[in-house]
Write a protein that binds this ligand. Structure first.
Ligand code: ADE
Length: 457
């Protein structure tokens, strides 16, 4: 009883402090906005604390050191300025790596506006640094849904010509309103976003060409697999500080992301269980030495759960009811739809915040479930997303795709395009060069051999 009262008191104090903080923050942001409008003619921003800019610049410098391919691209573009005066609006996770991309677009001559691609993924120091460098930015960590939507609107205010997206919230927003003839085309970073765009293309409602950055070999083979693999383990560990060896990690979905997550948890000594709906992927997981079973069974044996399917309600209330006491549940898919958090909130007692990014839910049977990052993308909510080295590849693709759309605007139709192979290959070579790795070339004799059919056994 005493303990409960103390808990209630603590929660009350915490809530009051949060209310006060959010009122102060709102005030501060309003002042900053006013100040910005007066002091810079060409930049608008709404960030948590502009005083974090110096720290943000240090982070950007650290990221640049680990993004050598993008730095080569930047040094070329800043000479020729092929995007001079072009307005680009972006909706991306505001991390130090995205900051390097924004600096690169600016160096190429673009006028950039950006909002966050997730309410939890903004790094406030980076956002402040970008604001101080004249980039229009509307993002802070822990946005409410309303703030998230409003920030997307603000990023669209300057009448963009090129749209750069991660998850397609910006593309979808634009397609729900009157057509804007200024828009030339766009890009899309992620699997989920490309699925949405393909649905628009199929319904013949897509209004401009979009390059699916995600489809580049230099994107999905590295970012989706190795990037998410490492950053998801990072997110789970930062949120829980749990020991991985011997744990049963259930990975839902064995696409590139699921493969990377399973591989990295396995590498740390976890026992992996995969759940799938695709028979080929299920077989692949078995051949990779992992156990495959239905979620219904996996729910009973898992210690840590990670969803990576891109689809909704993969972990449902019926599964959570059969989980062990202490089960840790997280999602690394783009949207927070894979775990039925609403259902969990209905049946479980008031959640208790145990640590940053970790809530305890008491189930009707007395078992406790620990939900990470509110069921949102755990690698960006509880950690910092993929490391710079892998985003180097992804963001070379982003900037070169934006340029491709802009330069080929007369020839492209309202379709989803893959990035041309030459650009993809160029990025791979740039990265290899930065790693001091040379590879062989086919001889003429080998090329001829591969192009004929008459030589057999
Ligand atoms: N998506 C995953 N990791 C990311 C990062 N570090 N920056 C931007 N987007 C990301």
């Amino acid at each position: 009883m005493e303990e409960k009262r103390e808990n209630a008191l603590e929660m009350g104090k915490e809530k009051k402090a949060q209310d006060k903080e959010s009122a102060e923050e709102k005030g501060r942001r309003a002042v900053i906005l006013l100040f910005t409008r007066i002091s810079f003619v060409d930049a608008m921003y709404d960030v948590k604390d502009i005083k974090l800019a110096e720290q943000g610049k240090l982070q950007l410098g650290w990221a640049e050191m680990h993004m050598p391919a993008l730095m080569v691209v930047r040094s070329e573009l800043e000479k020729s300025k092929p995007l001079k005066g072009v307005k680009v609006s972006a909706c991306l996770h505001v991390t130090k790596e995205t900051g390097v991309l924004m600096r690169t677009l600016k160096a190429a001559g673009a006028i950039v506006s950006i909002a966050a691609a997730n309410p939890l993924s903004t790094q406030d120091d980076v956002a402040a640094a970008l604001a101080s460098e004249g980039i229009n930015i509307f993002a802070w960590k822990d946005e409410t849904q309303k703030e998230y939507d409003e920030n997307i609107e603000k990023a669209l205010k300057n009448g963009p010509q090129v749209i750069m997206d991660d998850g397609s919230d910006l593309h979808a927003t634009l397609h729900k309103r009157k057509k804007d003839p200024r828009i030339i085309g766009g890009t899309e970073e992620t699997t989920t976003g490309v699925i949405r765009l393909r649905a628009m293309e199929k319904e013949k409602v897509l209004r401009y060409p979009v390059v699916a950055v995600n489809n580049a070999s230099t994107k999905y083979l590295f970012d989706n697999r190795y990037g998410t693999g490492q950053s998801t383990v990072d997110g789970v560990i930062r949120a829980t500080n749990i020991f991985i060896p011997g744990k049963v990690v259930v990975v839902a979905g064995y696409g590139w992301v699921g493969r990377g997550v399973a591989m990295r948890f396995h590498g740390m000594g976890a026992r992996i269980v995969v759940t799938e709906v695709d028979p080929f992927k299920a077989l692949e997981a078995v051949h990779d030495s992992f156990e495959v079973m239905k979620m219904e069974q996996a729910a009973k044996v898992g210690d840590i759960f990670v969803t990576a399917t891109g689809d909704l309600n993969v972990i449902r209330v019926e599964h959570m009811r059969s989980m062990k006491d202490g089960a840790i549940v997280s999602n690394t898919g783009h949207f927070d739809v894979e775990i039925d958090v609403t259902g969990l909130r209905k049946i479980a007692k008031e959640p208790k915040r145990i640590r940053e990014h970790m809530q305890e839910y008491k189930m009707p049977n007395g078992n406790r479930i620990y939900l990470l990052a509110e069921g949102r993308i755990v690698n960006l909510g509880a950690a910092e997303g993929h490391p710079s080295e892998v985003m180097d590849l992804s963001f070379c693709n982003q900037v070169l795709s934006a340029l491709y759309v802009y330069e080929n605007r007369k020839d492209l139709q309202n379709k989803v395009y893959s990035i041309p192979k030459e650009i993809d290959e160029r990025i791979a070579y740039l990265k290899l060069k930065s790693m001091n790795i040379g590879i062989d070339k086919l001889t003429q004799e080998q090329k001829d051999y591969l192009s004929q059919w008459s030589h057999g056994t």
